[in-house]
Structure formats: C-alpha cells, structure tokens
Write a protein that binds this ligand. Structure first.
Ligand code: SAM
Ligand code: SF4
Ligand code: FES
Length: 346
C-alpha cells in the first residue's frame, strides 16, 4: 500500500495496520506530509475551531526516586538541583495563573515521597475549593491504585502518565530494572476506570526507538483511547547516559502529531515545550499539524531552570505573564486564539 493510500485511510477514519503505519513514518515525503498536515489541521478545526486550550504547568518538585535513563531529574543525577514548592507557593502559582486566564492547573513533578496521599489530597482539594471552575491535572508518575482513587476523590480531574513506549523491550532499555512498561500501561487503564480524563504519550526519537515501536505507540493509543496524548521529541540531558544521543526529529514529531489527530479526532493534543525547544517555531508548527493545546509554565521563576528534564529548555527565564503574552501572539500569528476555558474532552 502506498503512503497516499494510508493517508486516505487515516482521513476516512479507517484503521491502518502496523505495517502501513511503519512504512508511512519511515518513508513519508515532504509532499505527503503536507497532505497529512492539511487533513489533520482540518480535523482539529472541525472539532475545536481556531481555539487553543492553555494549561498552566506547575512543576512543583524536582525530587524523584526513579532513575529513568533519559531524564535530568533521575535520582542518580547528582548535579540536579532539587526543590519542592510548599502548598502556599503552589496556591500562589494558581492565583497568578487564574488572573492570567488559566482554567486548568497541571501539577507535575518527580516521584517525591514527601507528597504523600494526605499532602497531595490536601493540595488538590485546596485548589478545587479556591477555584471550583478550574480543572486540576496531576502528573505525578506511578502511584498505587488506591492513591490514584483518593486523589480523584479529592477533586483531581485529569492525570497524565506517558506510557513512554508501548514495546516492553524498548521500555526496558529506557528504564532501570524494576520498572515495567506493562505495569505502566495497566495503570493507564485503571486511571480511565477511576474516571480521570487520562493522558498517555511518548517521546519521539528516544534512544533505540524504531519505526515499528512508533507504530505500536500509535496502535496502543488507539486501543487505550485516552482523552489526552502528550508527545514531544526526546531531548538529551548532558548529565544522563543518553547525553550524547541526538534529539528527536522535528518532521517525524510533526508527522506523528498529524497521524494521532486523524486516528483520534477529539483527543487533546499539546504542542509541547520540548517541540518548542528543538525548533524556534516548534509549537506553532505543532498546532498547524493538528495540536490544540499549549502548556505554558506557571512555576515560580526562581525554580524554572531547576526542573531540567533536558538541556536548553525554553522559557526558563521568563515569567508566566511573559510566556502567555508571547504564546498568545504566536498563536494569533498562526491563525489561532488562546481561550480561557477548562477545555475538557468532549
Ligand atoms: N515524573 C512523572 C512521570 O515520569 O510521569 C512526571 C514528570 S516527567 C519529567 C514528564 C515527562 O517528561 C515524562 O513522561 C517524559 O516523557 C518526559 N521527559 C523526561 N525526560 C525527557 C527528555 N530528556 N526529553 C524529552 N522528554 C523528557
Ligand atoms: Fe522521575 Fe518522571 Fe524523570 Fe522518570 S521521567 S526520572 S519518573 S521525573
Ligand atoms: Fe515562554 Fe515565549 S512562551 S517566552
């Protein structure tokens, strides 16, 4: 089957096989990518018009007990600067964010034992009490099912947990022994059952990744059918063992955004900071390829640079207000408009 035939299948919401998806990702030409892009943009616009949802990202702890081999926050990185925000600091990020128009707050951090269920539930319910019209998204890594349930009951609406790679063997090359891709995938199903709007996702161009791995990622997302999907290029961090590996490819990331949009028309799909890091207009290009969400940083300026997952991360020197102004301008130039809405999955 030719790439054009595969693209037509995707446009018609027919399922493409692993082999077709692999071939598409591996051999797509620039002209074919433009056809794919136009179809993905049209699908996104049919669902969301020219609206772009914003999520205020609060990176509240850089401590992590895990040792993911790609991540600058991994516990074995002795050069990482560790900080954690107090509940008061988190609340003041929300206050600033609310007045800038944010109606979703994303609490993201390393797996930090300080934030027990009790502490975390307290923070979630404080935010929901103060800002009942806002959604709270958690991105805390793996927790027990009981913990995830308690957090949901405390008011958390959404949970982001990238599956990272759908392939067990590839997962094992990216993570230390003891972490399991199967467990992570199972947790994603639990999150959906509990009632969270759930986000899966993966890095594009992570070390040892093959085109078949990416096809499997696409098929996993189709099967799980999450409400959100976070994808962005892998970007090396100098203090990790993958520090000399190349970053993920821009065009491949954009192709994947378009394919995900066509395979999952209503999915909430961010143009990520990592995409903005590998190309000055990465986020605008992401939106033009089917993304409909951006996630500016609301973390206190003094800690921005210390949440260093990878090198050269953008926006680490800017205040939240500057970022939102900058992004609004960027989106308007691209023909889109940032809106002050919760932006739930419909
Ligand atoms: N600790 C939680 C977890 O792992 O799910 C949430 C924070 S973690 C830093 C969020 C995401 O950052 C991960 O799911 C991973 O995909 C991404 N990430 C980590 N290191 C990265 C790198 N070097 N390049 C690009 N993305 C990276
Ligand atoms: Fe920790 Fe998440 Fe980084 Fe893994 S990706 S080391 S869990 S912060
Ligand atoms: Fe942060 Fe442009 S979005 S400075």
């Amino acid at each position: 089957m030719s790439n054009i035939e595969t693209i037509n299948k995707l446009k018609n919401e027919q399922s493409a096989s692993r082999r077709e998806l692999t071939a598409l990702l591996q051999t797509i030409t620039d002209d074919e990518r433009e056809l794919l892009r136009q179809a993905a943009q049209k699908t996104a616009q049919a669902v969301f018009g020219n609206k772009i949802f914003i999520r205020g990202l609060i990176e509240f702890t850089s401590y992590c007990k895990n040792d993911c081999r790609y991540c600058g926050l991994r516990r074995s990185n002795k050069n990482a600067v560790r900080y954690r925000l107090s509940e008061e600091q988190i609340m003041s990020c929300c206050k600033a964010g609310y007045s800038l128009g944010f109606r979703t707050f994303v609490l993201q951090g390393g797996e930090d034992a300080f934030f027990t269920d009790e502490v975390m539930c307290g923070i979630v319910s404080a935010i929901k009490r103060e800002y009942p019209d806002c959604a709270v998204t958690l991105s805390l890594g793996e927790r027990s099912e009981d913990s995830l349930r308690r957090l949901f009951e405390a008011g958390a609406d959404r949970y982001l947990l990238r599956h990272e790679t759908a392939d067990e063997a590839h997962y094992a090359r990216l993570h230390p022994p003891g972490m399991s891709g199967a467990h992570r995938k199972a947790l994603l199903y639990r999150l959906k059952e509990i009632g969270y709007q759930t986000g899966a996702g993966f890095m594009v161009g992570s070390p040892y990744q093959t085109f078949e791995n990416l096809a499997d990622d696409l098929l996993f997302i189709k099967e799980l059918s999450p409400q959100m999907c976070g994808i962005g290029p892998f970007v090396p961090h100098r203090d990790t063992e993958f520090g000399n590996m190349p970053a993920g490819d821009l065009k491949l990331t954009l192709t994947l955004l378009s394919v995900i949009r066509l395979m999952n028309p209503r999915i909430l799909l961010p143009a990520t900071t990592a995409l903005g890091t590998i190309h000055p207009n990465g986020r605008e290009l992401g939106v033009l390829h089917g993304a409909n969400v951006v996630m500016p940083n609301l973390s206190p300026a003094e800690h921005r640079k210390d949440y260093a997952l990878y090198d050269n991360k953008i926006c680490t020197g800017d205040e939240a207000a500057e970022c939102i102004r900058c992004l609004s301008r960027r989106m308007e130039k691209t023909g889109y408009k940032i809106v002050c809405e919760r932006g739930d999955y419909q």
